[in-house]
Ligand binder design. Sequence first.
Ligand code: PMP
Length: 461
Amino acid sequence: MAVTETAPSAATTAHEGILRRQSMRESAARTYARSLPIVPVRARGLTIEGADGRRYLDCLSGAGTLALGHNHPVVLEAIRKVIDSGAPLHVPDLATPVKDAFTTELFETLPRGFADQARVQFCGPTGTDAVEAALTLVRTATGRSGILTFTGADHGGAPDARVTRLPYPQDYRCPFGVGGARGLELAGNWTESLLDDPRSGVAPPAGMILEPVQGEGGVIPGPDSWMRRMRKITADRSIPLIADEVQTGVGRTGAFWAVEHSGIVPDVMVMSKAIGGSLPLAVIVYRSDLDCGEPGAHGGTFRGNQLAMAAGAATLAHVRENRLAERAADLGARMIGRLRGLAADHPAIGDVRGRGLMIGVELVCPEAAEAAETAIAADDRETGAVGPSAADPVLAAAVQRECLARGLIVELGGRHASVVRLLPPLTLTDEQAEAVLDRLADALSAAERAIHGRHETCHPH
Ligand code: PMP
């Protein structure tokens, strides 16, 4: 990790110059670059090397795009093969052998009961564009316009005005203040009453869109029973159900597609990120009887990136053949277990949650917990109910910085940017997982020390 004694000045100067020019020339809208001031020049697997020679374990994985880590040999080989063949690199919408092979491999991975009657639509190469295509599809098919979505949801792009938000269930910060099975029941009841009450103010919708595990919302898995209830509620009322698998797909959560955990079959699946094997690609897959759009109903110039399709097909095949979803389930469960163990020594860890290798650690201000406890109503005290502590984005940002100083890249997310997120590649070894968690634990201790006595910071008056 250390910079060699002979090279530092040239390398460090180049690295600093690039960062300085970036901050002078690029938009204020840049995001990751602000909290991760590194200049990647080489990468392999879990490791990124910066222009200053420093090496990092990368648990951001290109915002979840790198199921196999950086520059996996099967991905590089697939890309080289297309380049060496002289095939066109881009042909909007046209049939090609590369696209044919990608589609065949994609259909191979689809949940049972879906593949036999599915159609695929190639979209512009972002998750946001594929979500828009999915909404256009269900609006056209139903002739309705409203969409049901959930609190904390992130489907990319700007919020759509024709959206009604429903409560996404969560234990730790349950919107009904009860959590557990009761919280799920209430979330379901609310959804049902909104649809069935003629005076709810919500017109019959064109569709419901949900993330099986909320990613940007703070790594919140939608429980299987709740997923099944949403499927039943929508099916009973002929409302198409759209599963946004942009972040959860390709083995990430411990099943190839996250809807498989609950066994539900959605009407539409939205896919992007990892399906392109690190290159930009997005599709929707849907029940063929929804296919009533006119040609060009959802266009876009870049719907034919051959390198992405080749890299994606290689990635899908590698994940499937090597059972990397099972590996993610097993290793993810062990990592979550170790993080929960860590919580015993760190009161600032409010919650550890996730599914497979989509893991979140919510940081809180423990002092605020004590304050909340003393303020809790007498009734609640009798039932033992204690509200969660206040989220601590200041500590989370400090943990992210301390991680970086220890050669570990993590993302922050969640409602209050207080959830440390881990999205490592599915190829992560046991030893690498240990190294990641050692660095994270060490960073947490350092961050806690650094802002010790920060009582005022985490819940200012
Ligand atoms: N859906 C989900 C679940 C996502 O996590 C994201 C991106 N974080 C998107 C859609 C949007 O994808 P993109 O950034 O590629 O437009």
